[in-house]
Design a protein around this ligand. Structure first.
Ligand code: SF4
Length: 224
């Protein structure tokens, strides 16, 4: 599933196998689920608001973060808006909602849009839809006064575009100090939110995106 075009090698496996089902039918083999969870779209909102998908199962790629766009040939692009994704299972690349033992999606009957339209033998529909109507954090928590203000302030002070730019300009005067300030602010906010149990630590990557220090490491690797 991850992000978002199926690997060509997967497509070729699907079209040559003949033992378990005809070409053009989803055999629920679980291969796409083992490659990561989907990004959510507006029509998936009720899956979260009705509790089928917990915020603890999600993380946010914030606007401005570099992402690899597999549909566009694997190039690195800057996320235009929030991308709220289902996270991977611990120590695995599989979607956290995939049950490896039973080889099944635990919410199959109401799986998200991308999971429903992904056909590994024909990627036309997913290519048409994957950038449209993406669900953003504001759609889920924008109405919660106080919490949303805090998220918006964090976005302002740890702006992902600015972070990307600073990562490129390392070594220039003032850059390290600004980066250290962002890391400190981000860490302090996360500690403060979880210290008194107000916010469970498992939903921080959804609320605030991945920690600035983690992003910075990823940016260094991408730069190399
Ligand atoms: S939500 Fe379900 S169908 Fe979609 S990737 Fe996860 S396990 Fe697979």
């Amino acid at each position: 599933m991850n992000h978002l075009r199926p690997d060509p090698s997967l497509a070729s496996r699907e079209t040559t196998a003949t033992d378990t089902g005809p070409i053009g039918t989803c055999r629920r083999c679980g291969t796409c689920c083992r490659r990561g969870g989907p990004a959510l779209h507006l029509e998936d909102k009720t899956l979260v608001t009705e509790g089928l998908i917990s915020p603890a199962d999600l993380y946010t790629i914030r606007a401005g973060e570099p992402v690899r766009d597999d549909v566009a040939g694997g190039i690195l692009v800057s996320a235009e808006s929030d991308i709220v994704k289902i996270r991977d299972a611990p120590r695995s690349r599989a979607c956290i909602l995939f049950e490896a033992d039973g080889n099944r999606c635990t919410i199959y009957a109401r799986r998200p849009l991308e999971c429903r339209i992904l056909r590994c033998w024909d990627t036309t529909e997913i290519e048409r839809c994957y950038r449209r109507d993406r669900l953003a954090r504001v759609d889920l928590i924008g109405h919660i006064d106080g919490l949303w203000d805090l998220v918006a302030e964090h976005d302002r002070r740890c702006d992902a575009r600015r972070l990307t730019e600073l990562a490129r300009r390392r070594g220039e005067p003032g850059v390290e100090a600004e980066l250290s300030g962002m890391i400190r602010y981000d860490e302090t906010l996360r500690e403060g939110l979880t210290a008194d149990g107000r916010v469970p630590a498992v939903i921080l990557d959804f609320l605030l995106g991945r920690p600035v220090s983690v992003l910075l490491r990823a940016l260094r690797i991408a730069a190399r």
